[in-house]
Design a protein around this ligand. Structure first.
Ligand SMILES: [Fe+2]
Ligand SMILES: [Fe+2]
Length: 361
């Protein structure tokens, strides 16, 4: 058989039997990509500070990505890259656009820190979420007297895997801003919009103000919420009502004091940032202990639950997932723990089962 496999190999062919041993490992679903991991606030702050001396603001954007320690993942998850960026007073991160969908969640903001998106100035105050959908021109400006820090979350590993990367510099460090609000795409695509023109595309510049999101969490804080996520709110797209971006959906969730959510798993992967409080997320056998300012990753198809360790203070998490990609493909799946169905699946044919047990270390 090995000789025949070699023969096929030379012809650029492969027999189905070569896959069977791998397929038989998948009766409990996909093998997760990457591992659960946490980057502490202290680690990130130190790297940001050192980046300010190591990287000149004139030549490069000061951004790092949280790279999953597992070798099979080229990002934070197999589809999402989360990172942090810092700009010093007076600096500009130069204008460009790309096929990558991106968003910014502000860590250290100010009304004078802003992102220009397709000619609109979107202020970046603490906790604000700014979306820069694929092909929107964007540049970042720090006109404040203090440093500006935000999380960048992008679908770059997915676009890279699909070989869909397009990138275009604007040609100058900044794009001109529309002075007349009538020219703003966001005003022409809002709930009250011009009736004399066709609906604008769904790639609109948009800012979700943290003051609105935090107030909404407070409004719902006594609602039953989700068994698995507590009081969790979705950043719905302002025009479509669908996911925040075509490939990424964002959430803010409040875990009441002392809450320990039930375990579940889903085919989507997720990246998290801790906005308030302290607790833990248990992923598989790992316990990721977190507090405000920490970032962590929950890989796809791993059992997980969240714990708020405090008896009197709520915890608030911001998260982004690749669920819209899986939903578009009809592949989104979620299971509560204990799972139903898995244990009662059909048995593996005896010869394959023997091979599987022989291959186990
Ligand atoms: Fe960009
Ligand atoms: Fe989850």
């Amino acid at each position: 058989m090995a000789e025949f496999d070699k023969k096929l190999d030379l012809l650029h062919l492969r027999g189905q039997w070569q896959y069977d041993a791998q397929l038989i490992q998948l009766t409990d679903g996909p093998i997760p990509a990457g591992i659960p991991f946490l980057w502490s606030r202290e680690l990130a702050q130190r790297a940001l500070a050192e980046m300010c001396t190591a990287v000149s603001g004139d030549t490069a954007r000061r951004n790092f990505t949280f790279i999953n320690p597992a070798p099979d993942v080229n990002g934070t998850t197999q589809t999402i890259a989360m990172g942090m960026q810092i700009t010093l007073p007076g600096e500009i991160a130069w204008a460009h656009r790309h096929s990558i969908n991106a968003l910014r969640f502000v860590v250290d903001g100010s009304p004078a820190l802003y992102t220009a998106v397709d000619g609109e100035r979107l202020p970046m105050e603490d906790g604000d979420l700014i979306i820069t959908p694929a092909y929107t021109w964007h540049d970042h400006h720090n006109e404040s007297a203090k440093r500006g820090v935000w999380l960048d979350i992008l679908d770059v590993p997915l676009m890279g895997y699909l070989r869909q990367l397009f990138f275009e510099p604007f040609g100058g460090s900044t794009q001109p801003l529309h002075q007349d609000a009538a020219n703003h795409i966001s005003s022409r695509a809002s709930h009250i919009r011009p009736a004399w023109e066709a609906q604008q595309c769904d790639r609109i510049p948009f800012r979700y103000a943290w003051s609105d999101v935090r107030a909404a969490l407070a409004t719902h804080q006594h609602s039953p919420g989700s068994r698995f996520d507590g009081v969790i709110l979705r950043y719905a797209h302002p025009v479509t009502g669908g996911p925040t971006l075509p490939t990424i959906d964002c959430f803010a969730q409040l875990l009441r004091p002392g809450l320990h959510t039930e375990r579940h798993r889903h085919t989507s992967s997720a990246v998290y940032y801790v906005v308030e409080g302290e607790g833990a997320t248990v992923v598989g056998d790992e316990e990721l202990e977190w507090s405000a300012g920490d970032s962590f990753v929950v890989p796809n198809w791993m059992w997980h639950s969240h714990v708020n360790r405090s008896g009197d203070t709520p915890a608030v998490l911001f998260s982004a997932t690749d669920a819209p990609v899986l939903e578009a493909l009809g592949m989104y799946r979620e299971e509560p723990h204990p799972s139903f169905g898995i244990a009662s699946g059909p048995t593996v044919p005896a010869d394959l089962a023997r091979r599987r047990s022989a291959e186990r270390p």
